[in-house]
Each structure stands twice: as C-alpha cells, then as structure tokens.
Design a protein around this ligand. Structure first.
Ligand SMILES: [Ca+2]
Length: 377
C-alpha cells in the first residue's frame, strides 16, 4: 500500500489553509504543499466541504420537453485513450455499449441555473459555511480542526501567474476566494450580468445533481459523456477529429500560449465563452471540448477500466461503487470531463475525448460546470 506522507494526509484540510493567505493580504506567501501528480489543472485539487444538509428539491412542470437537447442513438464504441497523451487511467481501451439518451446541446447556462435557484431557493455548496463535522470525514483521522476564521464560504478562482511556474503546483494559479460562487465566479466584486448564455461555474457535484433532479434529468455517466463527445467518430482524439487543437480554425475555448501566465487568445476568450461560440461536433453538441469541465455521475477510480473490460464489451457502465484516488484516499471524487478554457497541450490536454479527471464532490471551481442527460421516457 502506498505510504501517505504528511502533505497528502493533510490535503483536504490544506484546501483551506493554503489558499487562505490570499484572503489575508498575503499574496506573496508560499503555499505549504504542492500537488503530487503533474498532470492537470484538476488533478489533486484538495477536498472542499460537504454541504451541511440536503436541500429539498422540487420538480417543475417544464421538464421532459427535450428543449435544447439532442437524441443520441445507442451504440457501441471503444472507450479510452487514443494517442500518446493518454494517461494511465485511460487504459485499457475497451468496448462499451450504451443505450440511447437525450443530452443537453450546451453546458447548463447561468440563465438556466438562475431559473432553478429562483424556483427552489437552492443555496450552492460554495455559498455555505463549511461544517467541520462533515469536513473531517474527508481527511485522515487526527487531522486538527482549522481555526473558525478559515471555515468560510469560498470557492476556487483562477489567478494567472506572472511568469512560468512549475506545472505540478496548482496553488500557483488557484486561489481560495471568500464569497466566490456561481453569481460571483471570480469573487464578490465579480458578477454574471450580461452572461446569461455563459456556462454556470462554481457549482459542486451536489449542486449539479440538485439542478438535474429539479430539471427532470440526470448527469451523464462517464461512458455516455465520452460516447457523446466522440460525435460519431471512431477512435479520434478530439470531438472534431485529429487536427491538433492549435492548428486551423479555433475549435474550442482552450488556453493558447504558455500556461498559466501568457494566453495569446487565438480563440478570443480568456475566460469562459458563451454557449455555441464554436462549431458543434457530429452530434450537434457544443463545447464537448474546452470552455468548462463537466461533472459526470460516476465516482472516479483510476483503475476502473481495467476492472470492467471484457472481450464482448460492457453495457451501460455506471462507474465504480466508490471513489478510489490513491493521491487522496479519504476524499470522495467524481469524474469530470471535457477540459476548460485553462487547458493546453503543455499541461492537461483536457479537451481530448478520452481525458479523465477527478474532482471532490464539494468543489466549486471557476472552470467547472455540467450538462444533463435524460432517458428516452
Ligand atoms: Ca481561450
């Protein structure tokens, strides 16, 4: 069994302590720990907090109309890595069959999420003060309680570095910002005015589940997500085929230049972009690559593909029974897919259709949203 060092053991708690210097006018203070796996802007983001209670959700009458959704015929495909950028958890490439389903054409927008909040009074994870009793379940036994002044409603905001930084240390570009939430994606001085058609961000897995239930929908399984992202193509790297992301016409909202300090803006967008800003894939789905990462229903287990693969293929895989991320064994993580405006070939290449990433269920981030699916009936 892998030895858990002190930094890893404290990862969950340090999500507070090492992002908080930015709140205390200590911008130059160095973070106290670095991510161990230098693979992506999502990797090893430490745990946030479980919501204090379950929010009751009311269904409305405007679901099941399939507005702005696309029907995906069921079928079989080869799921997993397609090129040398593929990470170990993308293997083995394996045959998967999925039943047909409806899927949102775009990522859920601010306007759509606002409608949900207005109808239900839902309060997102990022807007709630963390509860230590919930938090301590996600960190190793014996982890000391942080000072109450650190247990504040907050979320993770991207802050570019001034120069090149080690890409295995995400604290160089993520900041823990008090009162950052879906209505204030970059902190209390920011807002979403005029951004009705932009994807909602700073939403946790729990928030995405709550919305999807209210809408009469659900989150896609990881297999459904990848099948949809491939858009009918076979064994291609991206939703559009194999043309490299930075060649030809901009095909997705990604990061051009040198991450995380110099963005040449070839695609015109530094942060998120409005829905339908780039061409759809073969299934008429937008932003299956780039813009914001998207929550999937499945728990993350780095060895899951190897557990389910069999010659005749697997039908409608639902993900593992529990989370398994050896880097953070106490945190419960779900799969996120599709990459974001921060993705770059030098770093995560999250816009590849096979790229898997993992995030704790209670994390809100400036580049993380979702879309929903619905069964046939
Ligand atoms: Ca961009």
């Amino acid at each position: 069994m892998k030895k858990i060092d002190t930094y890893t053991a404290l990862a969950g708690l340090l999500s507070i302590t090492f992002f908080l210097p930015s709140l205390a006018n200590a911008q130059e203070e160095k973070p106290v720990f670095a991510a161990k796996t230098p693979i992506c802007c999502e990797s090893n983001i430490p745990s946030r907090f479980k919501p204090a209670k379950t929010i009751a959700i009311n269904k409305t009458a405007d679901h099941h109309d399939h507005q702005n959704m696309v029907w995906i015929e069921g079928g079989s495909f080869m799921m997993g890595g397609d090129n040398q950028q593929a990470a170990p958890d993308e293997y083995p490439k394996h045959k998967v069959t999925v039943d047909g389903y409806w899927i949102d054409q775009t990522e859920v927008t601010n306007a759509q999420f606002a409608k949900f909040v207005q109808a239900t009074g839902y309060i997102t994870t990022a807007e709630r003060k963390p509860n230590w009793e919930d938090l301590k379940k996600q960190v190793p036994p014996g982890t000391p309680k942080p000072d109450d002044s650190l247990l504040v409603a907050a979320s993770l905001v991207f802050k570019p570095s001034k120069e090149a930084v080690p890409l295995n240390d995400y604290s160089q570009w993520w900041t823990w910002v008090e009162k950052a939430d879906w209505k204030h994606p970059q902190g209390p001085k920011s807002n979403i005015e005029g951004k009705d058609n932009y994807p909602v961000v700073q939403v946790s897995y729990d928030d995405a589940i709550a919305y999807s239930k209210w809408a009469g929908k659900r989150l896609p399984t990881e297999a459904e997500w990848e099948y949809a992202a491939r858009g009918g193509l076979q064994n291609k790297i991206y939703p559009w085929g194999n043309e490299p992301v930075d060649e030809g016409t901009p095909k997705a909202n990604t990061w051009q230049g040198s991450f995380p300090y110099k963005n040449t803006l070839t695609d015109k967008f530094y942060y998120t972009s409005p829905a339908k800003s780039f061409a759809p894939n073969g299934y008429q789905l937008y932003d299956m690559a780039g813009n914001v990462w998207e929550w999937c229903a499945d728990y993350y287990d780095q060895g899951y593909y190897g557990q389910i693969t069999k010659p005749e293929g697997v039908v409608n895989p639902q993900g593992p029974a529990k989370s398994n991320d050896p880097d953070e064994p106490y945190a419960s993580k779900r799969v996120v897919r599709g990459g974001s405006f921060l993705c770059n070939d030098s770093y995560c290449s999250g816009y590849r259709v096979a790229r898997r990433m993992k995030t704790t269920e209670d994390s809100g981030m400036e580049h993380l949203g979702f879309r929903c699916v619905e069964n046939k009936n």
